[in-house]
Design a protein around this ligand. Structure first.
Ligand code: F6P
Length: 366
């Protein structure tokens, strides 16, 4: 029991993912029950801090949410207070303003001295300005992409892999019945973690990730070879960020007001067309998209989220400042939050799962 009273602000930033509510619950209940601290929920990530939408959170507010998807606080992947889009000029270009002072004033008005920022690299980067302004920021690693620097695991990833694997399993059976090449595109931005893990778990024949640019010829030869040996279908799991050798990623949308303006998507359709043209086999595409971000978290994500929330409050009680809670070699620990800004953790070509998948005959398109 810490005797120093605290007023903590809590926000969820960036794209949502399963397990956010489990973390909110763990943070708020631990702070309230163990320390009698006051907790404030900030709505829609940094946007709520800019717009002064901050309200007290009670233990009752966070009760019954452990197994629910999404975030009760809401989130936004557009509002970076250091570069906040305030409108457009006459030529239609977005205009940006630094609104850190507004945010600091809104925190000060409630005497909030510590922020718990739950997010991925965008949110951790956004928190740097608050660290520089003297606000203690404790980060918790969230993203289905699992691409946050400094941690082996982010919560939400395990559920995303589970959801994608179930979808791949279903597409596997219909691929077999129709003797088709079934291409399944999954999210993950520039990192292939979801495609790699769901691809291996589902026994996908071909796994394509951004870290290994693919060669259409080698994929085509691989699926034709399978057809010749009685496997008249192939399951291809492709990451939205994958690209052909010498080619580019497929961009579905650009949002200039967002700190990360590029939205990927469409490579699955392109690959299915290419495979059908080159091999004469029938090919279909399914884009899983936001399906893998929604829904109830798996048990492992709920457990991980609860441990993360507890660790965060322990750090604050111990007087630690500006730490990111991470998982390293299966152990929970923490690192300086400033070391992870603007970085992405990509899949290493020597990742044990790549080696294991290659050993069972999986094609990576290289
Ligand atoms: O970072 C999570 C993520 O779901 C990525 O996998 C994906 O590229 C992106 O967010 C999609 O963003 P939005 O929800 O803005 O379409």
């Amino acid at each position: 029991m810490s005797h120093q009273p605290r007023r903590i602000g809590l926000l969820t930033g960036g794209g949502d993912c399963p397990g956010l509510n489990a973390v909110i619950r763990a943070v708020a209940k631990t702070a309230i029950y163990d320390h009698s601290w006051e907790v404030f929920g900030i709505e829609d990530g940094f946007l709520g801090m800019i717009e002064n939408r901050i309200h007290p959170l009670t233990a009752q507010n966070v009760s019954g949410i452990l197994n629910t998807g999404g975030t009760i606080l809401g989130t936004s992947n557009k509002a970076d207070p250091s570069r906040y889009a305030t409108g457009y000029n006459a030529s239609g270009e977005p205009q940006f303003e630094n609104v850190i002072d507004t945010c600091l004033a809104n925190l000060l008005a409630r005497e909030i001295d510590t922020l718990i920022v739950i997010g991925g690299d965008g949110t951790m980067s956004g928190s740097q300005a608050f660290v520089d302004a003297g606000v203690n920021c404790i980060g918790l690693p969230k993203t289905i992409d699992n691409d946050l620097e400094g941690t082996d695991l982010t919560f939400g990833f395990m559920t995303a892999v589970e959801t994608a694997t179930h979808a791949l399993d279903r597409l596997h059976t219909t691929a077999m019945s129709h003797h088709r090449v079934m291409v399944v595109e999954v999210m993950g931005r520039n990192a292939g973690w979801i495609a790699l893990h769901a691809g291996v778990a589902s026994g996908s024949d071909v796994i394509l990730i951004p870290e290994i640019p693919y060669d259409l010829k080698s994929i085509s030869e691989f699926v034709i070879e399978r057809s010749k040996h009685g496997k008249r279908f192939s399951l291809v799991c492709i990451s939205e960020g994958a690209k052909p050798k010498g080619g580019k990623q497929v961009v579905s949308k650009i949002d200039p007001t967002s700190p990360d303006p590029i939205r990927l998507g469409g490579i699955g359709e392109q690959l299915a067309d290419d495979i059908a043209r080159v091999t004469d086999l029938e090919a279909r595409t399914t884009v899983l998209g936001h399906v893998v971000r929604g829904g109830t978290p798996v048990a492992a994500d709920r457990v991980f989220a609860t441990l993360l929330g507890h660790h965060a409050i322990g750090l604050i009680a111990a007087g630690e400042r500006n730490r990111l809670v991470v998982c390293k070699d299966t152990k929970l620990t923490d690192i300086d939050i400033r070391t992870v800004a603007n970085k992405q953790r990509l899949v290493s070509l020597e990742d044990p799962l790549i080696l294991a998948a290659r050993a069972v005959g999986t094609c990576f398109g290289d």
